[in-house]
Design a protein around this ligand. Sequence first.
Ligand code: AMP
Length: 452
Amino acid sequence: MSSSVPQKVRGMQDIFGEYQRYFNFLKKVARHEFRKNGFTRISTPIVEMQELIVRSAGIGSDVVSKEMYSFQDRKGRELVLKPESTAGVMRAYLENFLDEPQPVYLYYIEPHFRYDRPQKGRYRQFHQVGAEIIGEIDPVLDAKMIHIGCSVLDNIGLKGRYKLKLNSLGVAKEREKYVQELQSFFEARAHLLDETDIARLRANPLRILDSKNEDVKELLKVAPKITDFLKKESKDFYSKVKAYLDILGVEYEEDHTLVRGLDYYSHTVWEWVDGSGRTQDAFGGGGRYDDLSKNIGHKESVPAVGFALGAERLIETLVDTGVKLRNKDAIHLYFIQLGEDATKMILPLSIEARNRGVNSMLSLGTPSLKVQMKKANRLWARYVAIVGIMEAKKGICQLKDMLNGTQEELRLSDLLDRVVANIDAKELDFYSPTKDFVIEEPKTDSEPSENS
Ligand code: AMP
């Protein structure tokens, strides 16, 4: 056995420091947006039955054919680490929400796992912020969902930096006819395709629309278009989605080659892509998936629409575009003590600091003043209060302003007034958990019941 510490698993990341702050920010913006629109949060298990994912994403999808983290548990059950959440949320809906008022509005912020080739913006464990409206069919829901996704992107600082691509896949019957025509079109031109595209054409012809091959891209301009195969009902549905998007002020670009990689979509599909044109990678996407419930084995079709945004890709774009976050973890006040008497004086002040919204830290152990100052520097502490043996005797401290390097002598009883007065009020953190709960008295048997 090697004596070195095993490294992190390829394609997986530790999330800490600044990256974690972006992640929290994204979660906060998304949570706010979803809450404002009547969504509640759901977390489904990391592990699902493999059958659920195979039936939902489809056997020909990349997710199922190449990227699944599948394994058997000790009882031989075939399980997977979830590659996405829509199938799990639909499963959870069927198990828990059928008797609730419909439609049901759910959102999630979850890790997902795909055995993809790791690169920037593509990881084997990644996170998605997503939402689903399940149990009602109405084109206004599709438009509303798109608008909510756009609001999240706008509110994290990406307004004007992304494009929305839109398409309609119609219903299964229309798609079948289209797929046949598409397949014949490309079979007749098979000599122009490379091996990958031939394989795609035979396994899942729709995937040819994602081809990166320039010849295929040219051919696609004259190939059959899905929108030409839509019947009146599907066309009307699509027109209404677009009309509602116009009312909501959402700009979109129609792209008849957009199909998305998973098999469960019908009618509206969309994708948010980087508007800079620097990368092909999408920030996220969504669509209507009225057939998913049946595909996974439910007796009826349950209409639904949803989207997912890729957290890592958004965070990396925020960093690249220079969106800087306020550091709420910053240390406002660092206490340096020299001796036990000083520690005894500082300890109650650290509690007062907490109650007044100030982030503080105590120096511990017995390192020298120099070592402690270095530490305060490394932590970017805004102020340092030094209490040496003399100061402890007199009830005073030396307060050092680390931004402009000045120092003053202060009574310990005045310390927090001074620090609070000089810190931007926005920086102070006053969260009080007691605002978030009440304790209900347990009902006793002697209390009259509501009916008596
Ligand atoms: P999908 O579920 O495939 O439609 O993906 C939705 C979004 O999730 C994509 O547009 C990406 O932003 C993100 N995403 C998908 N796969 C990965 C991955 N392997 N690593 C990081 N982000 C991903």
